[in-house]
Design a protein around this ligand. Structure first.
Ligand code: SAH
Ligand code: SF4
Length: 460
């Protein structure tokens, strides 16, 4: 969601005549797009802001903006604590960012600017936010064949640990005709793969005259777009799930058989304390249904370890769930108390950091083992991948020539490239750079837990 917001902001500012540079020394405006989901993410931003204190003092023209969830969460506190911050702009106010920057430049930082949602404001200005999304201008992200498309804003689930509903406001589904128009424009601009975004994307509901459109309707509609090769949707909440979504995954040519569906814990007691509204048994049933209905489906998920009160037994139950589901990959996080959330206000953060760390490692090791075993079945198989670009870890591929020297992949004729299957498996192979952005077939000849390796491919 943040990547998409950054892209939209960039498009908005480019339309106003700004140019972008990744070299902050040359920039007249510096923007931090921030995340609040864990303390660690916020700490990194605070440290970055600190680095600009001096330069901001020395250069009266420099404008520094903090945007995104941390801006919404901390608001005026950011302005009060950090003199070098000129603009604080929450995710619900990003449509105004261009104006705010102009204002700050014109009055030479005279008054520092705060633009955040007031409590309850979230749904009132849907039209402006819609315009922010629909007026999207295409910017060079380096991956012109892949794009995110927001279909929902905000979240109403209020999982007890989570800051998202507080900073991104109430849940709203975007109008289908806007989604379709945006998808068509993306495809016309050369996009082959669209990832639909929402915090609980399977809860998409949009009232269109006398019909209520759901995620399956979005998938069916976008699937009709000529030239769109792949459609994904993240992330899913393990309830409000109907079989139409699975049928869309099985039947529609562009919908990828990949389901990111967060479990968070394998203990019913912990799930209740997290205010997740499903049981472990229901989660398992759902995965079983998915596997019955969608051939070759891969499942990914998120887990939190060290939630308040998580006993060894609760943790073992999480490991059990992992073993039963056999995820393709998992994101595992150490619980981080977020100020103002129910968990933070009502439950002591009582699991020591060392225990959180060791549980994190244990789950990672288990998931690694599972992924390694499961990926072996790909050896000898032909898989279809979208080639995304140069592989960053060229030393990994045993079939690469000049392996040890890690050649500069951009200059040799058959550099190491990386692509992804519809099921989201990463595939590394050697091939000409003209394959980037193409969908090709490759034969897998080696498999590790996180990566498949292949012979160079043929365009299909
Ligand atoms: N909307 C998505 C999740 C968005 S946040 C969903 O519900 O599927 C991404 C992930 O961060 C969550 O799935 C959760 O595992 C993790 N997370 C959220 N809040 C956290 C916290 N306070 N501490 C640690 N991890 C957290
Ligand atoms: Fe956070 Fe839960 Fe909403 Fe996901 S569903 S964003 S974890 S409150």
């Amino acid at each position: 969601m943040n990547k998409l917001d950054s892209e939209l902001v960039r498009g908005q500012l480019e339309q106003l005549g700004y140019q972008f540079t990744s070299d902050s020394d040359r920039a007249g405006v510096i923007i931090f797009n921030t995340c609040s989901v864990r303390q660690h993410a916020e700490d990194k931003v605070i440290s970055k802001i600190g680095q600009f204190h001096r330069r901001h003092q020395d250069d009266p023209e420099l404008i520094l903006a903090v945007i995104g969830c941390m801006a919404q969460r901390l608001g005026r506190e950011l302005l009060n604590t950090y003199r070098q911050v000129d603009i604080v702009c929450g995710p619900g106010q990003l449509h105004r960012l261009g104006l705010l920057i102009e204002q700050a430049r014109q009055n030479r930082r005279g008054n520092r600017l705060l633009a955040i949602d007031e409590p309850g404001e979230g749904s009132g200005k849907n039209d402006e936010l819609e315009e922010f999304d629909t007026s999207r201008s295409f910017v060079d992200t380096g991956q012109p064949f892949q794009a995110f498309l927001r279909i929902m804003r905000g979240c109403n689930n209020f999982c007890s640990y989570c800051i998202v509903p507080y900073v991104r406001g109430p849940e709203r589904s975007r109008p289908m005709n806007h989604i379709l128009a945006e998808a068509r424009r993306l495809v016309a601009a050369g996009v082959k793969e669209i990832t639909l975004l929402g915090q609980a994307v399977n809860k998409y509901r949009f009232r269109d005259n006398d019909r209520t459109l759901q995620l399956a309707d979005v998938l069916e509609t976008l699937n009709e777009i000529e030239g769109l090769k792949r459609l994904r949707f993240v992330t899913n909440y393990p309830s409000h799930f109907d079989d139409r979504i699975f049928r869309a995954m099985a039947d529609l040519k562009s919908v990828c058989p990949y389901l990111h569906i967060c479990a968070q814990s394998g203990s019913n007691r912990v799930l209740r304390a997290m205010n997740r509204r499903y049981s472990v048994e229901e989660y398992l049933e759902l995965i079983e249904r998915a596997r019955d209905l969608v051939p070759g489906i891969t499942v990914a998920g998120d887990f939190i370890v060290g939630f308040p009160g998580e006993t060894d037994r609760d943790f073992q139950a999480t490991a059990e769930l992992m073993k039963k589901v056999r995820f393709k990959n998992c994101f595992i996080f150490k619980y981080s108390p977020r100020p103002g959330t129910t968990a933070e206000t009502r439950l002591p953060d009582d699991i020591p950091l060392e225990v959180k760390k060791s549980r994190n490692w244990e789950l990672l090791a288990l998931q690694n083992e599972i992924a390694f075993e499961d990926s072996q079945r790909f050896i000898g198989q032909n898989v279809e991948i979208l080639v995304e670009g140069y592989s960053k870890k060229s030393h990994l591929n045993a079939v690469a020539k000049n392996d040890d020297q890690a050649p500069d992949s951009k200059t040799i004729s058959d550099p190491q490239l990386v692509g992804r299957t519809g099921g989201d498996h990463i595939v590394v192979f050697n091939g000409p750079k003209t394959l980037i952005g193409q969908i090709i077939n490759v034969t897998v000849n080696k498999a590790s837990a996180l990566t498949l390796f292949a012979e160079s491919g043929v365009i299909i």
